[in-house]
Structure formats: C-alpha cells, structure tokens
Design a protein around this ligand. Structure first.
Ligand SMILES: Nc1ncnc2c1ncn2[C@@H]1O[C@H](COP(=O)(O)OP(=O)(O)OP(=O)(O)O)[C@@H](O)[C@H]1O
Length: 446
C-alpha cells in the first residue's frame, strides 16, 4: 500500500544506467509518484527549467558532469527541490561533498527499495516543515511591513521615496493623514528602512485611558514594567493619534525628545532613552495648538520632519492593485476562488468617496469576496452604502445610455437590499409589473 504522503509528489530520476533508471522509475510510479527521468545533466536541467519537481534522485557520476554539481544548479533553479544523491562508491569524502552542496540524503548502490521508501518518507516530513517555515516567514515579513505597501501611483511612489530618504537619517517623524490611509504601515516602513531595523518597533495609541495606564505603558514603572521607551532600546516607538496625548503626558514626551530621558512612575531619577519616535495624527495639530489642546513646543519638535500620507481619493490609480491584493488575501482566508473583479466593479470602486481610505476598501473587498457567488466580484457584491456614496461612472457620454446605467445601478442596489420584489417596487415607487419590465430591459441579474 503506497504511503499517502507520496501522492501528487513529483520526482526526477537522473541516472545514466538504463536498467537502474527504469527499475527505479517503475517502482516509484507504483508507489504513487509522478516520475520523470533524465540520463544526463543537460536533460535534467532542461526538465527542471520547464517545471518544478518535489524531489530529485541523482547519480553522482553522469556522462556529462557530476551529480553534486548538478545538485547545486538544480537548487539555483528551484530551492525547494530536495535532492537525494546515489553513488556506487561510499566514501566519506563523497558523502561530505554531497551534504555540503545541499543534498538532503545520500544512498549507496544497489538501491534497496524499502530503504528508499523510508528515506523518502523522512524527506517529505522535512519538506513539509520547510514549506510551512517559508510560509510563516512570508507571513511574518508581511506583518513586519515588507512588501506590504501596495500601489504604484505616482503620488504613492513619491511618498515612499520621501519616506525612504527620511528613514535613513533616523530622525523623528510626524505622519499626517486621514484615518485608514496606512500611517502605521508607513511608520513600520520607516523603521524597516532605517539603520535600526533589527531593533523593536513598538506602537501605542495615545488615546489609551486612563492616563496612568498610558503613562505606565510609555514610560514604565520604577520597580515594575520597563515601558515602551526602554523596551524599544534603539528601535522605534510609534505614537498613534498623538493629538489625543493628555497635557501632562505631552510634557513628559517633550522631555523624552529634548533630553532623551524619561521619568518612570515612582522613580526618583530619570532614565536615558534612545528610541526613534514616529508620531501619527489624523487631526490638524496646528489647529490643536491654536485651540490650546496641544503644547506648542512639542508641536514644533514633532513637526520638524512631517510627511503627509495622501488619502485614497488622491491616488485612485492604486485601487485596481489594492483590490487584487485584498481579494487574494480574503479569498485565501475564506477558502474561496474569487479571481477577479468586473470592470464595472472597478469603475464603481474608483468613483466612491473613500472617507475611510484603504481600510474601508479592505473591508469592502472582504465583504464582496464573502458575497461573491462566481469567480468575479460584481458591483452588486459591494457594500450598498458604497454604491450610495459613489456612483459608477458610465462608459459613455450618451445621456440616454448614462441614464440607463444609473437606473440599472440604482435598481440593483435596492433589489440587493430588499430581495422581495413587491417591497422593492414600493420603495422604487414603481408598479410591480414595471419593475419586472425594467429588470428585463436593463438585463439586471438577480
Ligand atoms: N498601500 C497599502 N497597501 C496595502 N495595505 C494597506 C495600504 N495602506 C493601508 N493598508 C491597510 O489598511 C489598513 C489601515 O492602515 P493603517 O492602520 O496603517 O492606517 P492608519 O492611517 O494608521 O489608520 P488610523 O489613523 O485609523 O490609525 C491596514 O490593514 C493596512 O494594512
């Protein structure tokens, strides 16, 4: 009975002796593998250039090269391919060379089938761990901010350029932007592009209450918790919603910036701190100063290096890419196969107002993926309030067609909210038969 871990696995046998290659191939195919064979280095490389294999079994001596060198080249083409070297002569040097080059295992001829099966079972256990490890690493990198800022619009790219320049200087930064524009994401990017990227990035919301809790989180307690500033070391402290920092805490923060020292609760002496500070606000800090809610000194300290994160409506070109990104993420998480959005959906999204910016778009796509019944997101899968705020732009200048377009959109939205046609007709102030006629005329899909 073949081992279940062998099914759907692909294996490449590289062996110049016909009889060995064929018996191995027959045996492994019988065990459930998908098998391909090559009799020399050139053929093996050509096969690996064409497709990925899970495993390679390579003889050491081949007519046009040696198996260990082949192994190195295979790894360059596909690092996830695990290779088992077989050799007619067992020498320590051979084995060491194979393992140093990255072989997963080493077998001596004649190959005993039972032994090969055991080695392959072991190999797949490791390979599963390897794949899982790669996935987690990717996930971690994503969470840490790598590769996560999506969008190639000019406006976004200019902002990213400024961010990278500022990041290198290790100076404190103020990020200003509406809610959901990605301020925390950009703050992480600054940290990761800065000289202390291997240190910690710690975030706190300045709206945290009571004040004592916020202050102990930030500055710590004398004989208890160290607080974010000390824990961050040379890393970054991200102060979100800085406008909500209470007046007393503002003075403490000013001291941390001006003198690089803090006073933990209950302490009698100050403590030196070196963390970089990145603050973010969705409010106009200057106005908060004018309204005496925010200390002027602190404002000027923070305002030195200020970067504005543009709202989504100023970079509509990013929407298709962001939709693709969120769609992939959410459909993976929900185990669905939603692979695209219709052009009408994209037009609708590009016409919406996006008060909640990228976060709102993320939520809209999450909902759309949930509602989507086929493999493409339709306008009717989008949140109804979104259709209300923005209106899809018609594809034409012809007034009659444009009116049909809006009529179709409006009726679709009402029907989506209210599937009972009698009720929907009432809301539309139409007779029931007129509604049916419109549905037919406008080709509204239910
Ligand atoms: N360009 C982008 N690419 C990918 N995801 C983004 C982008 N911008 C924002 N996001 C995502 O949108 C959500 C909101 O971003 P974030 O929390 O950084 O915004 P914020 O400006 O700090 O919001 P708030 O002011 O409400 O705290 C997050 O899930 C973030 O990952």
């Amino acid at each position: 009975m073949p081992d279940p871990s062998f099914f759907n696995k692909s294996i490449l046998i590289v062996e110049d002796e016909d009889i060995i290659r064929e018996t191995l191939s027959e045996f492994l195919a019988g065990e459930g593998f998908e098998v391909a064979t090559a009799a020399n280095v050139t053929d093996a490389l050509n096969l690996v250039r064409e497709r990925d294999f899970d495993v390679g079994i390579c003889d050491v001596q081949l007519p046009d090269g040696d198996g260990v060198q082949l192994l190195r080249r295979l790894h360059r083409l596909n690092p996830a391919m695990f290779v088992l070297i077989i050799s007619a002569y067992a020498t320590v040097e051979n084995a060491v060379e194979a393992f140093t080059a990255g072989a997963f295992d080493y077998l001596v001829k004649p190959v005993i089938f039972d032994e090969l099966v055991n080695r392959l079972k072991r190999l797949f256990k490791f390979q599963d761990l390897y794949v899982e490890n790669q996935r987690l690493r990717k996930d971690l990198d994503r969470r840490a901010g790598f590769d996560q800022i999506i969008g190639s619009s000019r406006v976004l790219q200019d902002t990213l350029n400024t961010i990278r320049k500022v990041a290198a200087t290790n100076s404190n930064v103020l990020l200003v932007g509406e809610t959901g524009t990605g301020k925390e994401l950009f703050a992480r990017e600054i940290h990761m592009a800065g000289p202390n990227k291997d240190e910690k990035f710690l975030a706190v919301n300045c709206g945290t209450r009571p004040v004592e809790l916020l202050e102990s989180q930030l500055f710590g307690v004398d004989d208890g918790q160290p607080g974010l500033f000390r824990t961050a070391g040379e890393g970054t402290v991200f102060l979100d919603e800085i406008a909500q920092l209470p007046p007393g805490t503002q003075s403490e923060l000013l001291r941390a910036i001006e003198y690089q020292e803090i006073m933990p609760a209950g302490a009698s002496e100050t403590v030196k701190v070196t963390a970089r500070i990145i603050a973010a606000t969705s409010r106009d800090l200057m106005r908060e100063v004018a309204d005496t809610n925010f200390q002027e000194d602190l404002f000027y300290r923070l305002d030195g290096v200020k970067i504005r994160i543009p709202p989504l409506r100023e970079r509509l070109d990013d929407i298709p890419e962001l939709v693709e990104y969120f769609m992939t993420r959410h459909s993976e998480a929900m185990g669905k196969r939603v692979t695209g959005a219709t052009s009408e959906t994209i037009r609708t999204l590009m016409a919406a107002h996006w008060k909640g910016n990228v976060r709102q778009l993320d939520n809209a796509i999450e909902r759309a993926v949930m509602m989507c019944e086929g493999d493409e997101i339709q306008p009717s899968d989008l949140p109804p309030d979104l259709l209300g705020i923005g209106t899809a732009l018609p594809d034409t200048d012809d007034l009659r067609s444009a009116l049909r377009h809006y009529e179709r959109l409006h009726i679709t939205r009402v029907l989506k909210q209210c599937p009972d046609k009698k009720e929907a007709a009432k809301r539309l102030k139409l007779g029931l038969s007129s509604l049916y006629r419109k549905i037919e005329e406008l080709k509204i899909e239910l």
